[in-house]
Design a protein around this ligand. Sequence first.
Ligand code: M6R
Length: 374
Amino acid sequence: MTATNKNAVDKGSYPHFMLKEIMEQPEVLRRTLAKGIASIEQGQLSPEYGDLRLGKYQKVLVLACGTAYHAGLVGKYFMEKLARVPVTVEQAAEFRYTDSFVDPDTLVLVISQSGETGDTLAAMREAKSKGGYLVAITNVAGSTIAREAHRVINTVAGAEISVASTKAYMAQLATLYLLGLQLAMDRGRLGFKDAVPYLKAMKKIPEQVEQLLAEQATVKEWAGRLAGNEHAFFLGRGLDAAVAMEGSLKLKETTYIHAEAYSAGEFRHGPIALIEEGIPAVILATQPELVGYTVPVMEELKSRGAWIIGILGADTGQAADCCDYRMILPATLPEFTPMPAVIPLQLLAYYTACARGNDVDQPRHLVKSVKDVK
Ligand code: M6R
């Protein structure tokens, strides 16, 4: 976006675009759902999804970078679970070094906020040359990625100015959930009626996100403590591991704190050696069937001196005792917790960056869209 365009989008009363864009997420979700759902009661999505005719694809490949890649990881869990189709998520910058199995039976999802990311473009061109069917999920209509794909689903996040992506990630998540439902229906794995509870749960997410956005003062308090640290860990299992990666990226790019994300299980295979007195760990435990495995890791971290911020699901309260600070998410289906769970993580990055006096919207060394390929 040029300087002139940037000025054309107003910060309004917000001190930074990042905060404004975080706060816009309920509306982004409402727009995405209004555009994507034809009828909740009939379990029917709009023609933008319905006309894709996804039933014939035997595998799915997701190509993306950064935050868009993290959205793809969430999509993988949902699509594999509901549609019973193998999903591979590749970092676009690495894709060209693999001799990947793309063929005409491969549905290739290309996710990019800007639609101009060089690595993603190069990867999609290669997948296209091998015969893959390309569906782009992009926030900029008419972008290069949108033009070169076979089909496009436009995310409706609106212009995203802050280098740290927030509302575009939320729009990508909601789009991937809808796409996952359509894929499951087209593959005969989910009847229209079975889609109804998912759509009803999705419809409630904007309001739940609003509830969490109202908790800014709480997150600001966490940020005040986190700002004094130079290292942090983000841990979770399953879907929570994917969201932990996004929380970690948000924190490092805005605050310059060295933040690492691991699955809570993998963390015990080496990285736990880095835990010492006073290290912060942000732990996501939103999945009822996994929390029993995460609690012992939290206990071990505490016993080794870490202080813990817990992002907990409504049904994972047993993790609360291990936390120094916690936020309990509103109740939703376990599959959908990434949408509310990322809100405190985005706010944490934002307020920690502010506390450290950083240029929040334009962090050092970064550009909004990495167009070149190196
Ligand atoms: O425009 P894109 O979605 O293709 O950009 C991909 C990444 O460069 C981008 O998500 C980057 O990681 C953001 N700065 C994350 O906040």
